[in-house]
Design a protein around this ligand. Structure first.
Ligand code: OTU
Length: 650
């Protein structure tokens, strides 16, 4: 769009641009800048327009983008051009991800590189390497308290190792996902040290206050994120003699995005990691980017504007790179991280589907799919060119963030139901074999979240202890059922390292004084590679899970209907234990898959008549996952306990 004010500003900026930039061949950069500048200017103006130094800041913004474009390796620029053409590349069903801690998975970055064949064996072709940057020992929040955004934790390797890893991953067609912890820094970061030493410039990078007046106002409406380990949202810094906003742990200082210098620094860091060869950047805790007195300081309008601006700028410099929004918030809020008021996603192309994750766990505990059906029915439709990251477990806790209205519609009482779920997964409920632990218990609100590895939550730990074959089988089936859902729902399935071989809780964190207060460490394992070798021995749990996942991934890749173009239809059926949806392909009407999942441990039946056109079009069902034809008895499809089908027409 042509607009005089932004056009004039852009001309002024380009006239003033440093010679080391203007001398370069920046054709593609200028085309993109011209195309995006109207939006960039509008957003930058909305956020920072009232500042006297607005023009200088805008100049700096453009120079930052240009400099990082100049730094962008040629092979990545070529990839940008290819992805601009094939712009739906990340919606394809070919992608399956895995998230891991480098240290826990392979010790070092070099070790990780040596294990790349493991992903290929399984079929995983997108690897999220969780934070590997420098963090203070002990107060690292598992890598999310960064003290230098450009320096690798020497325990895992060097920046050069990242380059080597990225290069080999590209050769093997595996996408690299890296984190950028955009919301906060460690209190040991250089900026924080300067602030602590009294430097006003850097105090302005954070929210610091002389006394409790402003903090007390904020506290009236802000919830607590880590109520047990870090109650409250502000920390007194003795040396600085000021209060500083610390929403997460007291050693994680929240960045002040109302300062354009902070925005530009963080954009620069995002582009730096794009240039190291990351295909996808996971932006941590994006819901928290804007703080406003009187609000929860989550999901604020300005947080979205910041993300839109980051996206626009990244699209100019590194358009091949897409963003994941890590926003673990209510369904109506999470959908906004794709970009509001737009047709095409213009904020983050990918978002964690925390709603689906939590609903799946509800189905596990209740052994029925009532809330799952209800929650998915009310999951807002996403924009075009936006996709979910569907997961069963991740390195964080499981929050029971369903919509209270949905819980009520299922005839449960919200507080009771949540308490039941906590009791169920912590094994307090009789009839439960789950071995989870509570996390983030908040005495004031009664809130509790859940930690625990997938296998231990699914009863495998208990079953193995009893040695009961049937119980072991059931928990393996349950683990596979959950994966069968994230592989077919629509979006990128994201496995969590260790789950592919049924890794149980790891209690050793209790011996570490820095970790013992945070139960999330129970599900952040060190892979036992001897145990992983059992994946090749039929009859072992490792084999059962690994080979089934391998098959699921392979079948998923073949099914065009599993690509994500909002091509899913939820089918409501009478039997409350069943979760049923259809996947179709817009251009290929014959390519349909009917997904049927039974969350009960007993066989359940589904009257084919209930499926409407989805039933009529099948003369004979075949489960493309197992290759077998399920039982049909008097027009009723029979689904064994903890089983899912991916049905197609024979
Ligand atoms: C994220 O977490 C990370 O995934 C956590 O590992 C970090 O501790 C945290 O940020 C701080 O960097 O911010 O938007 O319920 O889901 O803390 C959601 C707990 C987050 C996590 C939440 C999450």
């Amino acid at each position: 769009m042509y607009e005089q004010i932004s056009h004039t500003l852009l001309n002024d900026i380009l006239n003033r641009i440093k010679p080391e930039i203007s001398e370069q061949d920046l054709r593609h950069f200028y085309t993109r800048l011209g195309a995006n500048f109207y939006g960039i200017h509008l957003l930058f103006q909305r956020l920072y327009g009232d500042r006297d130094d607005f023009d200088q800041q805008a100049q700096k913004l453009v120079e930052t983008m240009a400099t990082q474009y100049i730094n962008r390796p040629d092979r990545l620029r070529q990839l940008d051009l290819a992805r601009e053409k094939d712009y739906n590349w990340f919606l394809h069903q070919q992608w399956t991800g895995m998230a891991l801690y480098c240290k826990g998975f392979a010790g070092t970055l070099k070790g990780l590189q040596e294990r790349l064949h493991y992903f290929q064996e399984l079929g995983v072709n997108m690897v999220h390497v969780m934070p590997i940057l420098l963090c203070p020992e002990g107060s690292s929040d598992g890598g999310y308290a960064v003290s230098d955004f450009r320096e690798i934790n020497p325990e895992v390797g060097t920046l050069e190792d990242v380059g080597q890893l990225a290069k080999e991953m590209k050769e093997r067609d595996i996408l690299l996902v890296l984190d950028v912890v955009v919301n906060h820094t460690s209190n040991k970061h250089y900026w924080a040290s300067c602030a602590r030493a009294g430097d006003k410039k850097y105090q302005d990078y954070y929210y610091t206050f002389e006394n409790r007046n402003v903090p007390d106002m904020f506290e009236q409406s802000m919830p607590e994120i880590f109520p047990e380990t870090s109650p409250g949202n502000f920390t007194w810094d003795e040396e600085m003699g000021r209060w500083v906003m610390t929403v997460f742990n007291d050693f994680q200082w929240d960045l002040n995005y109302s300062n354009p210098a902070v925005f530009i620094e963080m954009l620069n860091i995002i582009l730096f990691w794009a240039n190291q060869g990351a295909d996808i950047l996971r932006l941590d805790a994006v819901a928290f980017l804007w703080k406003k007195i009187g609000s929860t300081c989550q999901n604020e309008r300005e947080a979205h504007l910041i993300l839109q601006l980051l996206k626009d700028c990244c699209q100019v410099t590194a358009p091949g790179v897409v963003f994941i929004a890590e926003a673990i918030v209510a369904p109506v809020e999470v959908i906004k991280y794709f970009g509001e008021d737009a047709v095409i996603a213009k904020e983050c192309e990918i978002a964690y589907n925390a709603t689906f994750m939590a609903l799946l766990w509800d189905a596990v505990a209740t052994k029925n799919a009532r809330l799952l059906n209800q929650g998915i029915k009310n999951l807002p439709v996403k924009l075009e060119r936006a996709t979910w990251l569907n997961y069963v477990r991740c390195h964080d806790d499981i929050g029971l963030g369903f919509d209270d209205r949905d819980i009520l519609l299922c005839d449960y009482q919200p507080a009771h139901h949540r308490q039941f779920l906590v009791d169920y997964f912590t094994g307090k409920f009789e009839d439960s074999y789950a071995r989870g632990l509570p996390f983030g218990q908040n005495a004031k609100t009664g809130d509790t979240r859940i930690s625990g590895s997938l296998a231990s939550l699914a009863g495998l730990e208990y079953a193995l202890e009893t040695g009961d074959k049937e119980m072991i089988d059931d928990s393996v089936k349950l683990i596979l059922l959950l994966h069968g859902m994230i592989m077919s729902f629509g979006g990128i399935p994201l496995l969590y390292y260790g789950d592919e071989i049924g890794t149980l809780n790891d209690d050793t964190y209790r011996d570490d004084p820095y970790k013992k207060g945070d139960t999330r460490w129970v599900h952040r394992p060190s892979i036992d590679w001897d145990k992983a070798d059992q994946r090749n021995i039929p009859g072992t749990v490792e084999y059962e899970i690994f080979s089934a996942l391998k098959r699921m991934i392979a079948v998923r890749k073949e099914m065009d209907a599993f690509a994500d173009f909002n091509n899913r239809e939820l089918i409501e059926v009478e039997n409350p234990h069943l979760f049923v949806f259809g996947r179709y392909h817009l251009q290929k009407p014959n390519e349909k898959v009917l997904v049927v999942a039974n969350f009960s441990n007993r066989p359940k039946s589904l009257n084919i008549g209930e499926l409407g056109s989805w039933g009529a079009q099948y003369r004979q069902f075949v489960d493309v996952y197992s290759g077998e034809c399920p039982d049909v008895f008097k027009n009723n499809l029979v689904i064994p306990g903890f089983t899912f089908y991916w049905l197609s027409e024979r």
